[in-house]
Design a protein around this ligand. Structure first.
Ligand SMILES: *Cc1c(COP(=O)(O)O)cnc(C)c1O
Length: 402
């Protein structure tokens, strides 16, 4: 890349884009292609494509072991896993959750006519603020969903303490948090149950997929029934259910990615520290940091932009990067409470969510994962540093154009 010295060097203002090919956030990790294809051959030979086949069973055992829990119930995706877990836990009425999450957490509740009650987040950790939970509890509240955003565990003890005292059940949306630890213990065994996502963009993918993990045998059994139309054996339906099954080819991909998990973490960690170094000197930018005493999968490189100090807003920076073919994302924007299905019910929700409101205008997610090398990270950091150096002119030009 030719170094960018003046605003006209940026692609947004007519310069050559820094990347010819687009650099994505959440480009899937592939793992060992040959190992995956061997498993696909097995599946075709066996003609056992779904309904708790051998690969799904193996995947469930492996995930349970990774998470340090007794039971893993694999599902077709994490949204259905959240829906089934919510039902199996007897959630009804109102459930408290953060608004600063992927919309699926809130949809999973509303889809079942459970009212999502949005709670604000801790501005440093980005996870639900336990101090704001209690004032949201009403006689209709049945549970709390904490989200381990970016793989950062929630303040688990505080949430569990409130739940015990107020007779509520706790579900954790751990979609981001496979292989992350809290106080040295793997995420998976906290609360009544936790939900992982294996969507293509996630740390460990099965194309589409999810799972609920728990140490509660009865809960796991109920979820197994619900996942498969309530079948307890041929012709014997004993529970109301749906179709939440994971198929064999997904489990084959999940198992293949599990074998590469350590490499994926190492790549993510390397990229994370390359970004950390490359952006350290940029005023107004803060790279979201993980506790070095804990394990993390480093799947998300999150930058918070303080528009005043940086001289550029998050949105301006994202526009600038997109023109360079760096497809930074505004995760999570605008916050579930501002999305149509929820805003129409709770038009005043934002009044209770000042931190969520602020955070959702400040965060962006940068490309990482096995599709991104340190050379690319260095270029992305160069662009951001150059933008910072000429931020007044860039900002003036963007504002003049819009
Ligand atoms: C991705 C994600 C989900 C949904 O996962 P799917 O497997 O795509 O259904 C739920 N919650 C969070 C926080 C997520 O990031």
């Amino acid at each position: 890349m030719t170094p960018k010295r003046s605003p006209s060097d940026f692609a947004l203002f007519g310069g050559a884009p820094a990347f010819v090919e687009k650099l994505h956030v959440g480009r899937p990790n592939v793992g060992d292609r040959a190992a995956f294809l061997r498993r696909v051959e097995d599946i075709l030979d066996r003609r056992w494509f779904t309904n708790s086949g051998p690969y799904v069973q193996e995947f469930e055992r492996r995930i349970a072991a990774e998470a340090g829990v007794e039971y893993c119930v694999a599902m077709c995706n994490a949204t259905v896993a959240l829906e089934i877990a919510a039902r199996a836990l007897g959630f009804s009425g109102e459930v408290i959750l953060p608004s600063f999450t992927f919309v699926a957490t809130a949809c999973a509740l509303m889809w079942q006519e459970i009212t999502p009650v949005f709670c604000d987040v801790d501005p440093v950790r980005h996870t639900i603020d336990p101090e704001k939970i209690e004032s949201l509890i009403t006689p209709r509240t049945t549970g709390i969903i904490g989200v381990h955003v970016w793989g950062q565990p929630c303040n688990i003890e505080a949430i569990e303490e409130i739940a015990r005292r107020r007779g509520l059940r706790v579900l954790f949306d751990a979609a981001h948090a496979l292989a992350c630890t809290h106080r040295g213990r793997r995420i998976g065994g906290f609360g009544d149950a936790e939900v992982f996502s294996f969507h293509a963009t996630k740390f460990l993918n099965s194309f589409e997929g999810g799972a609920v993990v728990t140490n509660d045998a009865a809960l796991a059994e109920r979820m197994r029934l619900m996942r498969n139309f309530g079948f307890a054996g041929q012709d014997n339906v004993i529970h109301l259910g749906t179709n939440g099954k994971m198929c064999e080819v997904s489990a084959a991909m999940g198992l293949t990615c599990l074998e590469s998990m350590e490499d994926i973490i190492a790549t993510n960690r390397r990229n994370h520290f390359a970004y950390s170094e490359g952006l350290a000197s940029v005023p107004g930018l803060r790279l979201y940091a993980f506790d070095p005493a804990e394990e993390s999968n480093f799947q998300y490189v999150i930058v918070e932009v303080d528009a005043e100090q940086a001289g550029l807003s998050r949105d301006e920076l994202v526009r600038l990067l997109h023109a360079e073919n760096v497809l930074a994302r505004r995760y999570f924007y605008p916050g579930c409470h501002r999305m149509a299905p929820f805003q129409s019910y709770f038009p005043h929700a934002h009044l209770l969510l000042p931190e969520t409101e602020k955070l959702s205008t400040r965060v962006m997610s940068l490309p990482t994962g096995t599709a991104v090398g340190v050379e690319e990270v260095a270029i992305v950091c160069d662009i951001i540093r150059a933008a910072s150096r000429c931020s007044p002119e860039i900002s003036t030009r963007i504002r003049a154009a819009s």
